[in-house]
Structure formats: C-alpha cells, structure tokens
Design a protein. Sequence first.
Lengths: 201, 516
Amino acid sequence: MVAIEGSGKVSRRDFLKLLAAAGTVLTFVPFVDWGKFLPNPAGKVASRAKVELPDGTQANVKTFQVNSSQAVIYPKTNDPTLNKESFRIWQFIRLPEELGGTKNDVSAFRMYSMVCLHLWCLWKYWPDPGRKRGECPCHGSMYDPLTGKAFAGPASLQAPPSNVLARLDLETDSDGNIWIKPPNFSPDANGVVGFGRFLKE
Amino acid sequence: MGLKFTFPGRFVSPLGFLGMITFVLFIILGITGALLMLFYEPELDRAWNSVQNINNVIPYGFHIRNIHYHASNAMVMVALLHMYYQYFSGRYKIRNEILWVTGILLGVLTILEAFTGYDIIFSERAELAISIAASLTNSIPVLGPQMRDAFFGGGFHDFVLRFYAFHVFFLPIFLLGLMVVHFPRFLVFDVPMVMAISGAIMLTGGVFPVDLGTKFDPASPPGITVPEWYLTGLYAFLRTMFDKFVTGVAWPGLFIAALLLVPFIDRYKKFSWKDRPIVTAIGITSLAQIMVTTYWGFYIDPDIKKALLERLVIDPIFFYLVMLLLVPLSFGFTYMMIKLAKNAEANKKLQPKKATGKSSINLSQKWIYIIFISLLGFQVYLNIMAYYAVLNGMKNFSLFIIGIIMLVFAGMFHIYRHGRTMAKAPPPPPSKPLIPPTAAKTSPLPPKPAASAPSTTQRPLAAPPVQKATGNQPSSSTSNPEASSKTQARGAKEAKDADTHNATTSPSIPRKEKPE
C-alpha cells in the first residue's frame, strides 16, 4: 500500500480493483462472528448455579461430610439423556482432614470433572484410609484431590495441560450453601473437560 | 462436464481403473448408508442400541450393514492402491497435477469419512477413537481447544451428532465436489469387475461379519481395542507416548503435505518407474514404512501379566530406528528391482519373442454355451441355497452365497461379452498365414505374438499340422496358422485383439470399444 501511494502510479483500473477487493472483504467481515454458531453454547452458564446433590438438596458447608464425595451434574438440564452425559458429571469432594477438609469454608471443597484425562472413563474419589485419591477404573490413573493433578497411571504421563483435571470454582453464601461460579472453560482458566488445565503455582 | 462412461468390450487390466472402482464403492456406500440412515439414531444413549437393532432385528439389516462396513474398508484400500499405481506409473505428470492434488485430498477425506463412520456406532472402540481425535485436535497449539469446541461440540452427545452430520453430509458433499474436478474424461465402467468387487465385499462380509463391539460405559474398563487398519499406523506413533501434537498431527500432516508436493518435486521427464529411480525408491520406502507401522499399531504384547501400559507403549527409539532402517533397505530393493527390470528388458530385445508369450484364452462357441448354461444352473442352485439360508436365519451364509452369486454373474457377463465380441468379428478373410514362412523369422521384427495362440487353445488335438509346420519353421514355437481355415479366421481376429490387449492400460484405449 505504502509503495503504491509513494510512487503515485495507481491506475484507475487498479484503484477500482482495490475498491472491489475492499468491498468484498467488508461484505464478509460480519460473517466471521457467525463462526460462533459452531461451538455448543450449552456449556456456558452466565450466573452461579447450585451444587445440587443426587438427593436434590443443595450442598451445604455445615452438613456435607468431611472426606466424602458426590457426583454432581453441571450444567443440569431437564433432559435426562443429556444429564447422563459424562462431560456434565463432576466430582464434588470435601477434602479429608489432613488436607484441610474440616474448615467450614469453601477452601475445604473441590469440584473436578469426572472425565479421566487419559481415555475419558469416569474416575471417582475413594475416601478409604490409605487411598484418599481419585482413581480411574479403566487404566488406573490416580488424581490428587487437592489440585486435580494426576500423579500415577497413564494420565500422569501426559504433557500439561493434559495431566490436570478441569475444575469448577465454588463459593458459599451466608447460610453455608455452596454455589458454582460461572466457569471459563479454557486450559488457562477452569480447564477443558477431557483435555485438561494448566496448573498455576 | 464432458464425463463419459465407457464399457470396455473385453477384459482390461484393473489397475487402470482402480479409481473407477473407488467411485463405484462410493456409490455402494451411498446407497447402503442411506438405507442405514432409516434406522440409525445419532443420539448418545441410543446410537449403539440402534446399530444393534439394525444388526439383529431389522430384516437384512445385517446384510446392509456388513456391505457398508466392508465397502468402506475396500474403498480406503482401493483408493490407496489407486494412488500408488498412479504414483509409480507417473500419471500425475503432463498437466495432471490437479488430478493428483485433488486425489490426495479425496483420499484424506475418504479416511475421515470412514473414521467418522466407525465412531458413530459409539462402541468402546468408537469412544476411544473419538477421544484420541479430540485430544489430537486439542493438542494443536493456540487454536486447538477452540477448534475442538467448534468442530466436535461440547460433549459425547454433540460428538455423536456432529460426527453423524459429517459422515452423512459434509464429507460426502466435499468428496463429490472434489470428484467433479478429479474425474478424467473417460470412466471405464467394467461391469464384470464391478460385480466381482461387489461380490467380494459380500463374500468377505459373510466370512468376517463385523461385530458390534461393546456399548461404551464410562464406568467400566474397556477392553484393548485398536483402530481400523488405515489408522493403526498413526496409532503406532501415538503409542510411543511422545508429544501428541508431534506424533498425531505433525507426522501425518507432513506425510500428506509431502504427497501433495510429489508432482512438483518429481522432475523426471519419463513416466515409467524404471526411469525415475529416486521417486520410485521414495515410493517403496513409504510403502514399507506404512506396512511396518500399520502392523506395529496392531501388535500388542500378548503377555497379560505385564501392566497394560507396558504392553501398549512402543519404545520410540526402537520404533524410529526401524523406520530409518527401512530407508536404505527400500532404496536397495528399488535399485535391485530396476536393475532386474532393465536386464529383462535388454534380454527381451536380444531374443526374438516367443509366439506363445501372450495368449488369451479362447473358447469355441460350443464351449461358451456349455459354460454359460452351467453357470446359469449354478446360479439357480445358489439362489435356492441363499433362500434356504435366509429361511433358517443364517445371515452370514446367505450374505456369503449372495457374494458368490455376484462373482458368478461377473464371470457370466465376461463370457457373454467375450461371445459377443467373437460373434461380431468380421467374416474371416480368405485364409493366408499371418506369418510368412521362414523369411519373416529372421527379420528384425518379431512375429505377431498371438497369431498362433488360438489354434493351440481351440483345437488342442490338431497335432499333425502343427508338427508339420514346426518342421518348416524351427524358430516358431508351437503351431502354425496353416492348421485349418476356420482356425485361421479366429487366429487373425485374435491377433488383432491381442494387439490392443497389450495396450489396454493406456487411458484412451477403452473408448474404442463401444458395444451397442
């Protein structure tokens, strides 16, 4: 462009061609944003959501047992088939005592995607003494409940971000009810379900 | 488009129309796939169940599904063979680069098409394949996770639905679009060959019916599964546990890019593989490496006492060392083959051609009738067998028999065509030997190869004149056209036929033959 202006040798035809090209580009520019049609927006939740336990109640700091876990569906829909979707199943854990699970605030809780980072089986938390970790039934990947990082099995051998589980951020209200903050599913933030998260520390 | 279908009047080498067979398989897949769409449900919870329903409950669902599955494998295989044939015969030269480039893209899309197809069953193996595909997409730097989201969607429900959409609409439409550019002007539609391929697919479906796999259950450990054969090569790379992007995206991407560039790198002026040693050697190397990695991807250490991971992981140093070792081996092999081929060529030039070198089977009218009627009888018998197999619920067996019926039909059509060509042959000119006695033998031009062949095949008992003739002409090997005037007529016709026969691989030849 600069060269053309400098030399001042733009013929009328070239100028018209440039205008036509610019016009074409401008015509199609608004359509770039239409690419947002492709990703499914169902995973995006704008407001905070309840941690709804399988019995239908909301998880509460005062009642949820230390060193225990429940599978929670998030985001929950009215469609039972969609609710069965592995990618919507999260493990809601209250940490064991030694990891700070007795504190009556949100720091005692963790919520990780249950989809194993290796080949997408569903792992779960085992509270038994000596275990106290997430274990995948398929190929034996093990997860640290404190960070969500795989420390054994095939998932632990994967390069970051594929060795740390996606997580949801939690908060409590004055009654002790636990809520899920609106997530940002990117590897640098809450992570991508089935792919992983960069661990910041 | 100036697209023309030609129906060759006789058998031509199938290598020349492997591309046509790929297209025919595409059509077969389109038809069977459309039928499967009537019962398949692309939904997370029901996909596998609907396939099970098709396979076990819907009448002939088993047949349709097996044809669809085996035709998809055949399509990938035939497309690969087609590519290698074009590669070694240098067909991508003389301004055919666009055909080659679209061909490579068609091949990639074909593999994607086959891949999405076996994923939407949503069995354990399908789930593993989807998860690997998704993690490979995720592993692409910068744009990976967004691309995963855009193309695969949010979760299993989206994956199944979208793979289905890709499988039945997007990819076939792209394939069709590319085919418009890819097709040469003449498509050789060889009916017996098409029938034989279809029959072979059904036969394979009967002998090796494809199983359903186990329904994917995220809470139970899957068995060890390997992907389809066209992806085990890639799987072997992934199993070295090296970086996913490098092994799973960069290597295959490089391979495809190299293939795309072939016509622009190959600067040899000649076509034959013998005259393009480096290109041939690279082709042989790639073939060897594809075969080794494909096999390696299938191989899993059978020792069940070892940990699963230990059995699955391939030692990258050993693996890449073998790949590297294949390079000099393949180059050496190519050198040897070219040398042998050139020697053979030189020898051929030195020695006069043998008269029996290129003979075609030639049947008399009587025998054509006999074979035709016996094949027809065989078909009646096979039809009854197929009927009873269906009645007794023996699905595999009926599919197998229907495959044989197709093959028999291919044979019948071939013989029918042969008979027609013979019937249409112009009335024989007054008999004069094609090969002038003795004088021509010493001339530098060798005699027409097939001139004498018919008399041996048609009248094997006509020994005395043959012997007499060979007495006259020591260098003519078996027989002499003096045998009888009737034989001679056929002989002349056959000589002409055999001449064109030698050149059937050239693309323009089939056009000449247009019956009806």
